[in-house]
Design a protein around this ligand. Structure first.
Ligand SMILES: CC(C)(COP(=O)(O)OP(=O)(O)OC[C@H]1O[C@@H](n2cnc3c(N)ncnc32)[C@H](O)[C@@H]1OP(=O)(O)O)[C@@H](O)C(=O)NCCC(=O)NCCS
Length: 192
């Protein structure tokens, strides 16, 4: 099995309909909400260099893309999907690591967040340095929350004035904050 994890290139726009179908099928299978995406939206993410693609023997293995909110103050790594044929081979872990790196390179000042009900995603996020946070820490951009409208649990979010829902929110420091933390720590090392 040959696995390639790469920043999606213009020639990969041909995979957009298949990616949308995978997202929709898995949302149905889980009975939980993943915001629906149109192929044009996926194409735009690919063309703007904001997507990571996994290819397995030339077939679509998985995908994730970057969304920015509040003029780049926040970044979300969204739309994570792994083809059911290739699950449990560490693809999600590799895609998430790659999109995380790409996000920090493109938006070094942005905090990176996600909301999820998925155990694998929570595990991977924790390993990347995300911490659980309350929804109050996330972007308050209405456009982000509009993505929850296609979720079957949207009424719960609305009832709680967007303060909580069934998803867990997680956030990672920006690249700049992470560098600062590392420097602050090294300052504290005392040689014996
Ligand atoms: C969630 C999903 C992306 C995981 O993809 P994957 O490539 O199978 O995940 P990985 O193989 O990289 O596994 C990552 C970790 O999660 C664990 N894991 C994966 N699937 C799991 C499952 N169904 N139940 C419990 N743990 C699981 C793995 O054991 C691994 O943990 P470890 O490294 O501590 O052993 C995939 O199942 C998927 O596309 N699901 C539908 C879409 C979805 O839920 N997207 C997330 C929306 S926020």
């Amino acid at each position: 099995m040959q696995i390639k994890i790469l920043v999606a290139q213009p020639e990969h726009t041909v995979f957009a309909p298949a990616i949308c179908a995978l997202i929709e099928e898995s949302a149905k299978a889980r009975g939980t909400g993943i915001a629906k995406r149109k192929p044009e939206y996926i194409e735009e993410k690919i063309l703007s260099g904001k997507a990571i693609l996994a290819l397995v023997d030339g077939e679509i293995g998985g995908f994730s893309y970057i969304e920015t909110w509040e003029h780049g103050k926040y970044v979300a790594n969204s739309g994570l999907i792994v083809n059911p044929a290739f699950r449990r081979h560490g693809l999600a872990r590799r895609i998430k690591a790659a999109i995380f790196r790409l996000s920090r390179t493109k938006y070094p000042e942005a905090r990176i967040f996600g909301i999820t009900t998925s155990l694998p995603v929570m595990k991977i996020n924790s390993d990347l340095g995300y911490r659980p946070v309350t929804f109050s820490e996330l972007t308050q951009d209405d456009a982000f929350w509009a993505g929850c409208k296609t979720c079957p649990n949207h009424d719960i979010l609305e009832r709680n004035q967007r303060r909580m829902c069934l998803c867990t929110a997680m956030m990672a420091p920006s690249a700049v904050e992470a560098r600062k933390m590392a420097v602050d720590l090294s300052d504290m090392i005392v040689e014996a």
